[in-house]
Design a protein around this ligand. Structure first.
Ligand SMILES: Cc1ncc(COP(=O)(O)O)c(C=O)c1O
Length: 449
């Protein structure tokens, strides 16, 4: 891109800081924390303009599944680019969106389908919330206007999604703008008392939810959860039993179950959909992030047929009149089709089981580290909590900065260090990941103020 490259490499950082407002960042922190200008990606690695490299151990915010510049996804996109870059999806349709919807429905055993598309995860959450409310309205239950989320839940940053998000750092400033939500106990297995199992935590949390539903089910439209792993709150993992109990409660009390699989879908927890591990299907399932292989913004909501039928009518206003300009973008759908093809061609879920075993093995020195608490793993997610000195609020940024020096991109959440790598690490990369994470962890502890 010579016409836009302009000045020399160091200036990208300065120019970015002057002109780009970076996400999820207190911009002032960049007075001391590095900003990396990425020039290219290849496989699990990102490269900066000086040729330094960083193992992308968080899959660039959990989106990348099969590496950067993946030749198969690149090839599909180049082909699609010469056919159709975009067409509106109202009144028109196209091959990539039809094929993607068919393939996803087949993966959901045809229990979920009618894919409704958007671009980002938060938009998918908005859609599921609106659809749930509108379903009840269309079926004579307009009083069902409230939602339930779990303690520590994260479902995105737009106002509707933030209403069902329980991370005070993101939500507190906007409290007056947010809708009414009930926050119920999380089944987080770390809450187990001595002698208790993760299943006990699941049963206890389900009991708390039931107490709420007994009182208020008539006013509640849906319960929204991140199945198996509450990622953004610090990789809180829980027993699949909770999902089974939740499904049963939602059926009994006539409340929808929204599964936000934006972070945990697409094989991340070991099955293609996390809900499969509890042998349940939700009423709505949100997907984004990995579905396009980490290439393009794409999100969607799948739903059950009886939901769809409640909108099917002669009356315009009973329809779901939500839209986004780029809904069902052909390039994004084509990237998703190429991604699903890799799952099939390479037996990814099975290969990941072996890869996860190797990564867990390589991380054993960390698991046994005296300052590590709650080392945990589900599918292709690993996490542990650092035992920090009192008042050490800078651990996450220190860890990130030190990580860069060890060719490692990791961004802890508070005191939780997590690893969510692309599914393509080779043995050398696994070894690098494990040894660098340990070294960075020890240095970050040593450098505590
Ligand atoms: C579970 C979950 N839901 C929703 C979102 C929001 O997705 P997006 O950032 O694409 O809006 C995220 C993002 O991390 C997420 O982890």
């Amino acid at each position: 891109m010579p016409e836009v490259m302009g000045a020399g490499p160091e200036s990208w950082v300065a120019r970015s800081l002057r002109n780009v407002w970076h996400p999820c960042t207190q911009m002032r922190h960049h007075e001391t924390m590095p900003l990396v200008a990425v020039s290219r990606g290849e496989g699990a690695w990102l490269f900066d303009h000086e040729g330094r490299r960083y193992l992308d151990a968080v899959s660039s915010w959990w989106v990348n599944l099969f590496g950067h510049a993946n030749p198969r996804i690149n090839g599909a996109l180049k082909d699609q680019l010469d056919r159709l870059e975009h067409a509106m999806l109202a009144g028109f349709t196209h091959e990539p969106v039809v094929m993607l919807s068919e393939r996803l429905a087949a993966r959901a055993d045809h229990r979920l389908g009618h894919c409704f598309y958007a671009s980002d995860g938060a938009s998918a959450v908005e859609i599921a919330l609106k659809m749930s409310f509108h379903f009840w309205r269309n079926t004579g239950h307009g009083d069902k206007q409230e939602f339930v989320c779990l303690k520590g839940s994260y479902h995105g940053e737009t106002l509707g999604a933030l209403s069902v998000t329980d991370v005070s750092l993101f939500r507190d400033a906007y409290g007056p703008l947010l809708g009414k939500t009930h926050v119920v106990e999380s089944p987080d297995a770390r809450a187990a008392a001595p002698g208790e199992t993760a299943a006990d935590c699941a049963r206890r949390a389900a009991g708390r939810l039931e107490a709420l539903l007994q009182q208020r089910a008539g006013a509640i439209a849906a319960v929204i959860v991140e199945p198996l792993v509450q990622c953004a709150t610090g990789m809180a993992m829980y027993d699949p039993l909770y999902l089974a109990l939740l499904r049963e409660l939602c059926d009994r009390y006539q409340v929808h179950l929204i599964a936000d699989e934006i972070a945990v879908g697409c094989g991340r927890t070991g099955t293609f959909f996390a809900c499969e591990q509890a042998s349940i299907w939700p009423d709505f399932l949100c997907l984004s992030k990995g579905i396009s292989g980490g290439y393009l913004p794409l999100s969607l909501v799948m739903t059950q047929d009886h939901i769809y039928q409640a909108f099917y009518s002669d009356e315009m206003s009973r329809g779901f009149l939500h839209s986004h300009s780029y809904t069902g973008n052909p390039l994004a759908c084509r990237a998703a089709l190429a991604t699903l093809q890799i799952f099939d061609d390479d037996g990814v879920l099975e290969a990941n089981r072996a890869l996860a075993g190797r990564i867990t093995q390589a991380l054993q020195p960390l698991a046994a580290h005296p300052r590590v608490r709650h080392f945990r793993q589900r599918g292709m997610i690993w996490a542990f909590d650092a035992e920090l000195a009192e008042g050490d609020g800078g651990f996450a940024r220190r860890f990130f900065t030190l990580g860069l020096k060890h060719e490692l991109l990791l961004r802890p959440i508070g005191n939780t260090v997590y690893i969510m790598p692309p599914y393509i690490l080779n043995d050398d990369e696994v070894a690098h990941l494990a040894s660098s994470t340990l070294a960075v962890f020890e240095q970050a502890l040593d450098a505590a103020p």
